[in-house]
Design a protein around this ligand. Sequence first.
Ligand code: ADQ
Length: 467
Amino acid sequence: MARSLRRRATAKLVVVANRLPVDQVTLADGSVTWRPSPGGVVSALEPLMRAEAAAWVGWPGVSGEVEIPEDASDLSLVPVAITETEHEEYYEGFANATLWPLYHDLVAKPEFHREWWDAYIDVNQRFAAAAASVAARGATVWVHDYQLQLVPAILREMRPDLRIGFFLHIPFPPAELFSQLPWRRQILEGLLGADLVGFQLPGAAANFIRLVRDRVGHKTQRESVFLPDGRVVTARAFPISIDAAGFEELARTVAIEERAEQIRSDLGNPAKVFLGVDRLDYTKGIYPRLRAFSELIADGSLSVEDAVFVQVATPSRERVEEYRTMRDEINRLVGRVNGDLGRIGRQAISYLHVSLPREEMAALYRAADIMVVTPYRDGMNLVSKEYVACRYDDLGALVLSEFAGAAAELRQAFLVNPYDINGMKAQMLTAYEAKPREQARRMRAMRRTVAEHDVTQWASNFLDALG
Ligand code: ADQ
């Protein structure tokens, strides 16, 4: 199926995302192979994509032209080639040093460079052309995320017959911040090429509608934009979720339960385990949470016998300067805390730079009494939902930033403002001291929410609305 779809426009459903759901891996003998890289969106769309003639358009993760063997994935993959320079300018530059900080409340200062913008246009055109070449007449195309905001309009120009949806996984900023962008109007017009523009939260959809009215001048009403050519674009929230049942099933296995026990024993069986799991990103608030925890130890509210903090952080975007600076700051903090407060065989913070398989993530979620998720700003944050899904015994506590999209749904978490270190310390201590009954009251409510709204429902809600 894969080959024929690549050559002819027969896909009835086309997913367009920056990354293809495969990774190139080098084996011990030096040979190169490809492996599926599973993620929530992939697992939600896989059944659909198998049932229909479907294709996934994206960058394979390595520069230049590549051939992806058909057996690398069950899905039909359409690779988009990106050069080394484009990767620097379009991806590391415009996507991750301009848009990412701008869309996350200016947690870091966005950089505006005209050559990055030019590369963003070029690469978006290439993605649109690839989608146009595989989409059947009248097909549905679902474009994902901030790297590809121009694709909807370019694609509509090429193929007016298509039904086009766009989903933004990260926050969409208020007009006051978005308006800094020198190319604000082009981005808005790019998105308006879609029939349906999806956001994580209703507030983001409202920000978009207001900007379209004020900056582009189209008539709007609630979640609708009325274009001069008669087309109506809908902007609405579709909060993303996880494969909740799958996580719970995994967490319930004996092997995971044993691994969780092992983790606790490796940590020296402290009374309580705090856990943080994130991509190493400055939006995730790793520094302030470790600082709050270390102050609780330093001022005697907790002792290293009572509590240990496990922080797993997968390095990401390491070629972007802000990421390197943040990594150094956290390294220094962890070194200082463990040097000052640890004992032999007892580190206050156990800090790991690794990417873990799903099984190990589930075991960590099972091992953790208190999950600490404190982003300065986050579109949704799936880690918080994964933790809840794994707590089938209704025990455990979630400390969650008000500024994570997930806070809108997980109201029974111990909510915190990550800018307020004292407030965070107080909530972390309350979570630490929460009795099983109190934990269960909160956890049960959150588990109901996550079970009722899983990622499959998210995908079908979006596609149904797209029609
Ligand atoms: P991310 O910023 O990557 O996603 P998040 O929602 O937390 O953030 O998703 C991270 C995913 O990666 C989770 O499924 C988690 O299990 C996994 N992960 C994190 N650390 C890991 C590690 N060390 N090893 C293995 N896996 C790890 C963006 C937006 C979010 C939005 C998602 C989905 O920034 O706000 O929720 O997209 O739309």
